[in-house]
Design a protein around this ligand. Structure first.
Ligand code: AMP
Length: 218
């Protein structure tokens, strides 16, 4: 199983990728989470990426391409993977083709999470993230048992700086300008499957499980 989850920030890609990863026992590769780990560990890469992330802008392609290439080449990705948040530009999508070609692998499909724009702001501004394991909650739609503590690992929950108002608008602008063209790109490649991302979490999950059973491409 090799899938890309594509869609705007707040579309629910991470939540679904986490659930799919658990059910099918394949790695969930979140480019945003990998970057945040580097920021927390104060690596050279993290220091470079941080200012872009805080502003809600995309981090330069070459940084991401190197990061994802290393990850996909690691043995734990040999059974498959869910790529969440990568690629986000056409340059990244083309780099992914060449990485997979070198590894003699092929994508099964790209799942596009289609969510009305107005809803994304509500979702992003109510999102809370675990500092320890990176899992996302939502104060209304997916509340944790205790609003300060992660249900899974008991890490502290916080609101990401880029989930605050000013940065949200920049992230949505970046999506429109640089990531949205990937919908046409993957449709042309015959890899795109659209799911309605505005539905309940459990309904989307059921639909994804059906898709993974029998893929239907557009
Ligand atoms: P996410 O957790 O996917 O919402 O990503 C958080 C932030 O990390 C984004 O707003 C970008 O600044 C950066 N980022 C994550 N993935 C990518 C990517 N594929 N290309 C460029 N920047 C990225």
């Amino acid at each position: 199983m090799r899938y890309v989850f594509l869609g705007p920030p707040g579309a629910g890609k991470g939540t679904q990728a986490e659930m799919i990863s658990r059910k099918y026992d394949i790695p969930h590769i979140s480019s945003g989470e990998m970057l945040r780990e580097n920021v927390t560990a104060e690596t050279k890469l993290g220091k470079k990426a941080m200012s872009y992330m805080d502003r809600g802008e995309l981090v330069p392609d070459q940084i991401l391409i190197r990061l994802i290439k290393d990850k996909l080449s690691s043995p734990d990705c040999s059974k498959g993977f869910i790529l969440d948040g990568f690629p986000r530009t056409v340059v990244q999508a083309e780099a992914l083709v060449s990485i997979l070609h070198q590894l003699e692998l092929k994508l099964d499909a790209v799942i596009y999470f289609d969510v009305p724009f107005e809803e994304l702001i509500t979702r992003l501004s109510g999102r809370r993230t675990c500092r320890a394991c990176g899992i996302n909650y939502h104060i209304k739609f997916k509340p944790p048992k205790d609003k300060r503590v992660c249900d899974k690992c008991e890490g502290t929950l916080y609101q990401r700086d880029d989930d605050k108002e000013g940065a949200i608008q920049n992230r949505l602008n970046e999506y429109q300008r640089r990531t949205k063209p990937l919908i046409a790109y993957y449709r042309k490649e015959g890899l795109l499957i659209t799911v309605e991302g505005g539905k309940e979490i459990s309904k989307i999950f059921e639909e994804l499980c059906r898709i993974f059973g029998v893929a239907r491409y557009e």
